[in-house]
Write a new protein. Sequence first.
Length: 160
Amino acid sequence: MCAEACCRSLAAVAAVRFCEPAPLSASQKCLCKQAFLLHGIIRSVDYTERARAAGAKIFTVSNSLYFHPKGQNVGNPMFFGLIRFNEPNSRIKLYCYCRNNVYNLRRYNGITKAALFSIKVLWYYTLTKFNREGLSIAICGLIDGITGNFKNHQKFLSSV
């Protein structure tokens, strides 16, 4: 049974349900990954790729309105101002951002993009804005994302 309510409005394809809270029959498959439900960062990438693999047609409703509050540290310049880094504002968000992003990049885009993301994160926390705790959390998230370990987030839950 899936627990994510925000996906209820997604169209079902054939006998596939997207995160509906009702029990699934034997012929139905849930496309949400429970581990990504911990935090919303990067989960839409996983949902989109799973839906595409299940045969869903992916499209954008360009005239829709969506409210998403801007975080405090969005778009921090780094690498001589050539790229930007969105720094999460809590320990759990940082861990999940690193873990989920590197996991999805490796799975759907290859090891090169996952490595580039990892370098970006490590650069930010060592050269752009040195932060020993942030670097430690980011490294934990990157390693867990690369290895597919979705069980280490408990140690960061106290910071929600």
